[in-house]
Write a protein that binds this ligand. Structure first.
Ligand code: ATP
Ligand code: MG
Length: 416
């Protein structure tokens, strides 16, 4: 039965992987909170329009990767492929323009119908931030710095590279589009099928093509930087100055364009060469026209999203350990209830406590080792007095008799 396998491109996160995963998302949350971003949760699905109108009808995400379905009520629904569009929809729905600047953090599953491979799933998770309502470069600087701080906190400062570019304002991009089309048109026959279409619909997207042939052609294309008008250049210079000031290292990549349609000015990606082909771990930029395009007010925004699975892969499995429990063991089966009561009491006090459930004393002690317990508490040993239990530090093997009231002090000492 096919139903016994997870659906292609999806997978289960068992406790160890989940712990690793949570380390990534919790680190993101706590760092982003320092920058004033608080968590929101928007729905996992939205009306398809929320994505098709904003991500650009020509983007890969919209043309190929969306998980869409029609509800019994005939609504066209899409499982969200990314977070920004939903956050902006929510900004409009909740009338948040009264409260700008709005600073949101999010974490959750995203869905894209892609060819699964290492670091690329059909259901994956992103953390991300959006700063809405600030049009000065200060916002871009703060957003990029928060991303860097997050990756640094995970220990990746030396293995990621921040690539930075400016896409300019719409005047600059229009000027560039003309130049680019003039350059690409003679190569039209050699472009991939997708890029032939993009030449008409959205030529900038060709710069982001993963097709080898396209890349070869694009290599010598004119650069967007040559078309930046004065305002756009000043904006870009200010972002760079801010990053220099804060000590956030970057390299300029004049060919960096983002896969989605709604970006302007700042575009950036943190990449690594430790993950093979799937090298981008955090990416974002400024999206001043997006909220208006969705039917809301003209409010600017800037943000990023980061792939949790890719960062978890980079951390490696050993990086995060499950918490070590305390094991409570009855010396013999007729002390089961007493053991349960001791376990219960320690749990009320906040400790992580396991019981062996079955088997003799020795078997349960083996289980304690398997669970990586750091303490065993043996209940009902004949040498113990009334109200006492045996406390065994499993790191040192030391053993003492102690009243149940005296346990927390010994446990704290054993924690070290
Ligand atoms: P890529 O070029 O790798 O397809 P993208 O440009 O589509 O990335 P974004 O839309 O910018 O990616 O998403 C931000 C981050 O989310 C990526 O940098 C990556 O870490 C992660 N991500 C995107 N798609 C997937 C996926 N299918 N599986 C796992 N992580 C993903
Ligand atoms: Mg992609």
């Amino acid at each position: 039965m096919a139903g016994l396998q997870p659906v292609k491109g999806t997978y289960d996160l068992l406790p160890k992987e989940r712990a690793l995963h949570r380390h990534v998302s919790e680190t993101a949350r706590s760092i982003c909170e320092r920058y004033g971003f608080n968590e929101v949760i928007t729905p996992i699905f939205e009306f398809s329009e929320v994505f098709s109108r904003t991500l650009g009808e020509t983007s890969d995400v919209v043309t190929k990767e969306m998980f869409s379905f029609v509800t019994k009520g005939d609504d066209q629904i899409t499982l969200r492929p990314e977070g920004t569009a939903g956050i902006c929809r929510s900004f409009i729905s909740n009338g948040l323009q009264q409260e700008t600047p709005v600073k949101h953090f999010y974490y959750g599953p995203m869905f894209r119908y892609e060819r699964p491979q290492k670091g690329r799933q059909r259901q994956f998770h992103q953390v991300g931030i959006e700063l809405i309502g600030v049009d000065s470069p200060q916002a871009d600087i703060e957003v990029v710095a928060a991303g860097y701080h997050f990756l640094k906190e995970l220990g990746f400062a030396d293995v990621v590279t921040l690539e930075l570019n400016s896409l300019g304002d719409s005047e600059s991009r229009n000027a560039y589009r003309e130049k680019l089309v003039a350059y690409l048109s003679p190569f039209e026959d050699r472009l991939s099928e997708d890029s032939k279409k993009r030449l008409v619909t959205n030529p900038l997207r060709i710069l982001d093509s993963k097709d080898e042939g396209d890349r070869e052609i694009v290599k010598d294309a004119p650069l967007l930087g040559e078309c930046l008008n004065e305002t756009s250049q000043a904006f870009y210079d200010e972002v760079k100055r801010g990053l220099d000031m804060l000590g956030v290292p970057y390299v300029e990549n004049p060919r960096l364009v983002r896969g989605l349609d709604y970006y302007c000015h700042t575009a950036f990606e943190f990449t690594t060469n430790t993950l093979g082909a799937q090298g981008t771990v955090l990416a974002g930029g400024r999206y001043d026209g997006l909220i208006k395009m969705m039917g809301g007010p003209q409010v600017p925004g800037v943000g990023w999203a980061s792939g949790v699975e890719r960062l978890a892969l980079m951390l490696g499995e050993d990086k995060v350990k499950l918490p070590r429990p305390i094991m409570v063991i009855p010396a013999a089966n007729d002390h089961q209830d007493e053991a349960f009561l001791v376990a219960n009491r320690l749990r009320q006090e906040g400790y992580i406590v396991e019981q062996g459930y079955s088997g003799n004393f020795k078997k349960r002690l083996n289980k304690a080792n398997k669970l990586n317990a750091f303490v065993a508490i043996i209940v009902g040993m004949s040498e113990c007095n009334e109200g006492e239990v045996m406390f065994r530090d499993l790191n040192t093997g030391d053993q003492v008799q102690v009243s149940v009231d005296g346990l927390p002090a010994l446990i704290e000492r054993a924690k070290g």
